[in-house]
Design a binder for this molecule. Structure first.
Ligand code: F6P
Length: 361
């Protein structure tokens, strides 16, 4: 039977979203002969009147989608359907409008590509409105439980690694301590992975406390061994040594906006070691760039699996990459637990074995 399915992207964007949109569209049309609609700006496209959506076809979802960052469906972190902003700045529960939008579009299911925040909202909305929902995990932070990888993470660590590739020669030329601050919110995955790949000397993640004195000792030992520069990778959400969080205010959804802790670290190291120290805050460039092959493959596998789950009426689930297999797991099981860096995990052990300072001592 012909189905009509909707696709939406919500929350912060990342590379690989368009590859997932393409995979869903191509598989739904080629294999099942369904109609596919792209809802614009997350659930906001279902709430606004007239509704905001586009018809997705083999023509407008060609292979160029594999190569592009961002999302052709646009996204938002500001428009929660349960606290939807009005023109006057007030907030109202517009979830019923989203449900009516789903019904008016005569949709059989929605495939939502999002991180933990948007998955929570979309799941609540689906339960309220009897909407058939399948989720695809995306986040550069890679902090979603139940899946080894989420779309966007591989591209983000590649961008961060390439940034360190560019910083290392200038650090060496000028005999400097070079600090790179990367995103990731409360999870240190981006810092840990890109720090190992970039050959840094110190990796600081929010999950493991550190001591500035230990960092300075480590740099002194590097200097004694004959190398006159040092590289440091830090997660944006590490705290200062006395436990203060460095934030640039709050985002609209009341989450802290991190950024800037590397400046604190830089001045501490500079004053204690009298070393020429510089910091770079990498920021949103980690969310863009051509998706890596790994992200394109993951997005394609996820898109195909999500469509098959709609065909099998396997709803309320998220696709997940686990042990080299794609699986369907309950959405709630993924958002109820948090996937941070395991202080006893293989990457921390590897970093330590490589002589990298990763905190404590
Ligand atoms: O969750 C993805 C992420 O890029 C985080 O790593 C970062 O802290 C945050 O989003 C930035 O959010 P915004 O785009 O709202 O500044």
């Amino acid at each position: 039977m012909t189905k009509r399915i909707g696709i939406l992207t919500s929350g912060g964007d990342c590379s690989g979203l368009n590859a997932a949109i393409r995979a869903i569209t191509v598989h739904a049309i080629e294999h099942y002969g369904w109609e596919v609609f792209g809802i614009l700006k997350g659930t906001s496209g279902l709430i606004r009147r007239p509704m905001e959506y586009v018809s997705l076809t083999l023509k407008n979802c060609d292979s160029s989608m594999l190569r592009s960052a961002g999302t052709i469906l646009e996204s938002t972190t500001k428009e929660n359907p349960f606290f939807f902003p009005g023109d006057d700045g007030s907030k109202a529960d517009r979830s019923d409008d989203a449900i009516i939008g789903y019904q008016d579009l005569n949709l059989d299911a929605i495939i939502a590509i999002g991180g933990d925040g948007s998955m929570r909202i979309n799941s609540r909305l689906a339960k309220k409105g009897g909407m058939n929902l399948v989720c695809i995990p995306k986040t550069i932070d890679n902090d979603l439980a139940q899946t080894d990888y989420s779309i966007g993470y591989h591209t983000a660590i590649t961008v961060a690694t390439e940034a360190m590739d560019r910083l290392q020669p200038t650090a060496a030329s000028h005999q400097r301590v070079m600090i790179l601050e990367v995103m990731g919110r409360d999870a240190g995955h981006i810092a840990l992975a890109s720090g190992i790949a970039g050959g840094t000397d110190v990796i600081l993640v929010p999950e493991i406390p550190y001591k500035i004195e230990s960092i300075c000792e480590h740099i002194k030992n590097i200097n004694k061994a004959g190398r006159n520069f040092a590289l440091i990778t830090v997660s944006e959400a590490i705290k200062t040594e006395n436990g203060e969080q460095v934030v640039r205010g709050k985002s609209i959804n009341e989450r802290p906006r991190y950024g800037g802790v590397s400046q604190y670290l830089s001045s501490e190291i500079e004053s204690r070691l009298n070393a020429d120290t510089r910091f770079t805050v990498l920021g949103h460039v980690q969310r863009g760039g051509q998706p890596t092959a790994q992200d394109r493959i993951l997005a394609t596998v996820f898109g195909v699996k999500a469509v098959d789950m709609v065909a099998e009426q396997d709803f309320g689930k998220m696709v997940a990459w686990r042990n080299n297999q794609v699986e369907a797991v309950p959405i709630d099981s993924s958002i109820d637990t948090y996937n941070g860096v395991d202080p006893n995990g293989v990457l921390i052990k590897t970093a330590k074995a490589m002589g990298i300072y990763v905190g404590e001592i």
